[in-house]
Design a protein around this ligand. Sequence first.
Ligand SMILES: Cc1ncc(COP(=O)(O)O)c(C=O)c1O
Length: 419
Amino acid sequence: MSTALKTPEVHAADAYDVQKIRQDFPVLHQMAHGKPLVYLDNAATAQKPQAVINAIVDYYQHDNSNVHRGVHLLSERATQAYEKARETVQHFLNAAHSSEIVFVRGTTEAINLVAQTYGRKNVGKGDEVLITAMEHHSNIVPWQMLCEEKGATLRVAPINDRGELLLDEFEKLLGPKTKLVAIPHLSNALGTIVPVREITRLAHQHNIPVLVDGAQAAPRMKVDVQELDADFYAISSHKLYGPTGIGVLYGKAKLLEAMPPYQGGGDMIASVTFEKTVYNKIPYKFEAGTPDIAGVIGLGAAIEYLERLGLDKIEQHEHELLAYATEKVTAIPGVTVIGTAQNKAGVLSFVMDGMHPHDIGTILDHEGIAVRTGHHCAQPVMQRYNIPATARASFGLYNTKEEVDALVAGIKRVSEVLA
Ligand SMILES: Cc1ncc(COP(=O)(O)O)c(C=O)c1O
């Protein structure tokens, strides 16, 4: 592939130099309402490094063509870049084969794909699907739709007040009727890290496959699907510093092979007559139609960027930020942190006495600080804590302690304004 746009030096010094890393992200260098932008909404979507932006522009400027179809040079280059990105994802997740990497629109589509293919084939009347009380809506609604269609039941494993899964209760809910377990790796509303390996071990004792919603974990920690023994693992590129509209479903080959296709159309077939269609091999069986080629290439560039920085360093950096922020925010009178699990990452959700989170978000915005307020697509989590919403600061690889200080000053300002 041509590289007319020079990918800037990645600022991955041995030590984690966050100021240098910030230079890779053009969007961060702007004012918001006259204040330097403090972007703390990374759990919603993360900003893109120049290397990702360049990879997408390069593709459209030099290689734009359809994949798997043409014998001409551009199509060959596009196909090569697309399939190279699949291998990049394979290594990133430590999947055993690149055929286990299916490109989809994002975590939501990955989960819907499994519900509509594996689920419709294997879940029947009277069966159960088991999830947890800390799911994002995208790991609830597709299972509800499936259960409704099939006459099956959605079971929910409870959490304690800290936001930790009650493993004993979870285990009690596993049984002969359970046909699938679906869990988050990291809760977007609470920040809880879920003990996935323990859960797959318990579920596999009953031969139940486990789908892991990795939307929030993949940007924040090293994920090894083989070590986790996850049967399915779903990720979104846009939370991983890549483009929107693209994501990945990892599935164990033997499961993907046995599943019916998700959508019909071009590319997912080996041969078609009016009488019969023979489906393509995996992963193409699940990639009907022209895919988001630029998105896949951008995702590949994002993963390469993360790997150059080092997932272990990113994890350590965010861990320090979260610990620092938790200590400072907890000390502010009237503030309660929602989600205090022992094992947490990335996310600091909080409420303030007598103040609606929406007002907190608006005042912080005027200070140049972007946080998320609302139910975070996790209404049952809000119900569990008997609150309508929270304000949520979520950290990314480029955030700094100074930005945490700005957040803390902003929250104090909220107290003054609304007092
Ligand atoms: C835990 C979790 N799961 C799933 C999703 C859905 O991701 P997407 O909207 O990229 O499909 C999100 C997005 O916020 C999330 O945080």
